[in-house]
Design a protein around this ligand. Structure first.
Ligand code: GLA
Length: 676
């Protein structure tokens, strides 16, 4: 990643700009409104392929020149997208094989967007050509902030091109069919492969899929999309454009990509993030997205898209209050985003997403929504100094790491596990949520990364582990770390082959336990532990082979048997939770564990008040972000200066419900909060 990918004197503010939907007089108003709101960045051309290349090989860039000239005159920079997420109708007509195929063999037809078969040579060639054309034409433009390649990679193809590419990928991975048959355990159900040509993507089939095939196909799709991305990057670089390149990852509901590997290939990491609930848990969602992306990036990153005024939950779009939009925007920034960009600048008058929120809503600039846009722009100017990252060290100090692994998610989605309600992403998020509620800063860790700086390393339900991951966890514990492992971790190798002799076979000795049976609870059933915790969904019949019991099952069929155990290994220790703690019990567990480890919240008396406090380090000091999600007036006191009110905070700074503060302070300062 290039460290100069972001300006250091300001935050990026703006969003997707799609003026091709509007007549020229609206463009003029756009420029005026952008100036009024302090917009400095747009993303253009995301879905413009059909306009940029109306016929194969024939380009029409006149309108884009005009857009760029208008932005330039208004002093607004741009990310230029390559439009390859939305192939134009002519491509489909000329190359029907460039359309994706579903698992049932049916071909998805034109009529929406993202209708591309990632392995189709015709699609890949056309994508490279249009990227090259744009790079040749605009790659040196002084207002080019960066390249936004494609959009949210994630269309999965099961067609003949994908099948052929999958086989090539498997040949590379396994070398020969014998190794593949062994890894995929094809002796079961007569699946033994004698010819490579017989291997297919996991298509619609009679009963359960082969789990190893399912996970390998996920890995392949991620690699295949990354190859397509890299081809476009190569064209951009070949054209001599030195601007940073990114693609917007969709978070956290999509699990199509191995984000750690993708992160290595990008100059800056960007995500799109949409709240999934109107309730208070939306705030933990923002923190989760921010921490995850900062971890992938290893530093600053960029919120490429969010919704200014709407929260989509189920089949309706609820209104997002201006206060919340501002709090969320600062929440991402507190956790490392170098800006707040939105989908989109102006709400479309028609089309499939005309009811999606925007910085300029349907009501126009005379609206609460646009006032909030202007207010946010002003705030980002007031806190501009925060944008400069520290010369060294992390943006946020953390002592707790949470292992995140796309393979872990994929492997827990394979069919017919003993209790399919166990959801990898929900487990990771539940752990993060507990830490958030305890006011403890956390980040995510790639298996195999240097984990020595974490006093505690959490491994939520990592079902499959390869040899390197096992060795890495052992090393972490032996060197003095505290490893906390969630139920159903370390059961299988990377091919989903269960390690025999008692679960969790991969890390049985490290944990000092032996599990003989998995005991799912019925939906809604709960069991109590001896420490008063409530568990749901998942329990295990476990014996201790070296570990000490921390809590036992106190009710249910396993009453009297150990439920949580701790094992001393080397200079460190491991804790194993054989049960799925309900969220309240999980919150208690993590808050007690962190206290015992001496890991403290930034502001202990903020915990439980609804005030989220995040300390982001900068070149000129630390910045304490106070985001008040609660409903009580609070006063924050500590040595510093609030950049938003331009007032010292030593004598106390009152924060209203829904309000925010961004306080410049020194490293090591302590803060207090009280009601009123
Ligand atoms: C994503 C896409 C946008 C738009 C929004 C709607 O972020 O990139 O094009 O569809 O979702 O939420």
């Amino acid at each position: 990643m290039t460290t100069h990918a972001f300006p250091t004197s300001s935050f990026l503010f703006g969003g997707d700009y799609n003026p091709e939907q509007w007549p020229r007089e609206v463009w003029a108003e756009d420029m005026e409104l952008m100036r009024r709101a302090g917009v400095n960045t747009t993303t253009i051309g995301v879905f413009s392929w059909a306009l940029l290349e109306p016929r194969e090989g024939e380009y029409d860039t006149g309108w884009l020149d005009e857009v760029i000239d208008a932005l330039d005159a208004a002093g607004v920079s741009f990310f230029l997208a390559t439009p390859t997420a939305s192939p134009p109708p002519w491509l489909t007509r000329a190359h029907p094989d460039a359309l994706p195929v579903r698992p049932d063999g049916s071909r998805v037809l034109h009529g929406s967007r993202d209708t591309y078969a990632i392995s189709s040579p015709a699609y890949r060639d056309a994508a490279r050509r249009v990227a090259r054309m744009l790079a040749d034409r605009y790659g040196h433009h002084p207002r080019l902030r960066g390249w936004h390649v494609h959009n949210e990679y994630g269309t999965i193809d099961h067609g003949p091109h994908a099948a052929a590419a999958f086989r090539r990928w498997l040949q590379q991975r396994y070398g020969n069919l014998e190794a593949l048959n062994d890894a995929w355990y094809t002796a079961f159900w007569s699946q033994h492969y004698g010819e490579w040509e017989d291997i297919l993507p996991p298509m619609q089939t009679q009963y359960l899929h082969n789990p190893a095939q399912v996970v390998d196909f996920k890995r392949f799709c991620s690699d295949e999309m990354l190859a397509a991305y890299s081809e476009q990057v190569a064209e951009i670089r070949d054209a001599g454009s030195a601007a940073p390149v990114t693609t917007n990852l969709m978070l956290p509901t999509w699990n199509h990509l191995d984000q750690w590997r993708w992160a290595e290939q990008q100059d800056l990491i960007s995500i799109d993030h949409y709240l999934d609930t109107t309730g208070p848990d939306g705030e933990t969602h923002v923190a989760y997205a921010g921490d995850l992306t900062r971890s992938w990036a290893g530093g600053p990153w960029l919120l490429m898209e969010q919704n200014a005024v709407g929260i989509r939950e189920g089949d309706r779009t609820y209104v997002k209050d201006p206060d919340r939009m501002i709090r969320n925007s600062l929440g991402y920034i507190a956790r490392g985003s170098q800006g707040s960009l939105f989908f989109q600048w102006r709400a479309s008058a028609a089309g499939a997403e005309s009811w999606h929120g925007a910085l300029v809503p349907h009501a126009g600039p005379e609206s609460r929504g646009f006032e909030a846009t202007v207010a946010l722009g002003r705030m980002l100017e007031q806190i501009a100094e925060v944008a400069e990252p520290p010369a060294e060290g992390p943006l946020i100090e953390t002592e707790v790491g949470i292992v995140w692994d796309a393979n872990g998610w994929w492997s827990l989605e394979t069919p017919h596990l003993p209790n399919e309600s166990l959801d990898y992403s929900a487990e990771v998020r539940a752990t993060h949520r507990s830490l958030w509620r305890a006011g403890i800063a956390a980040e995510f860790v790639r298996p195999d990364a240097d984990a020595s700086r974490y006093r505690v390393l959490a491994v939520p339900s990592l079902f499959a582990m390869d040899d390197a991951t096992v060795a890495w966890l052992e090393d972490y514990v032996r060197s003095g770390g505290h490893l906390v492992v969630g139920a159903f971790s370390g059961i299988a190798d990377e091919h989903q082959r269960v390690v025999l002799g008692g679960y969790p076979g991969r890390i049985r000795e490290l944990l000092g336990v032996r599990v003989e049976e998995i005991w799912p609870l019925a939906p809604g059933e709960t069991v109590t532990l001896s420490d008063g915790s409530t568990v749901e969904e998942w329990t295990e019949r476990m014996t201790l082979t070296g570990a000490q019991e921390l809590a036992a099952y106190a009710s249910g069929d396993l009453a009297g048997l150990p439920a949580i155990a701790r094992h001393a290994v080397g200079t460190g220790r491991s804790t194993y939770l054989s049960a799925r703690l309900r969220q309240d019990a999980r919150d208690d567990f993590w808050s007690r564990l962190c206290a015992a480890e001496g890991i403290t919240p930034e502001v202990p008396d903020a915990v439980g008040t609804g005030l989220e406090v995040v300390r982001r380090r900068g070149a000129n000091g630390d910045y304490v972000f106070c985001l008040h999600h609660g409903d009580q007036v609070l006063t924050v006191t500590g040595p510093g200066h609030d950049l938003l009110t331009d007032r010292p905070t030593d004598g106390g700074l009152v924060i209203q419900p829904g309000g925010v503060a961004v306080v410049r302070t020194s490293p090591g300062t302590t803060w207090r909060v009280h009601a009123g």
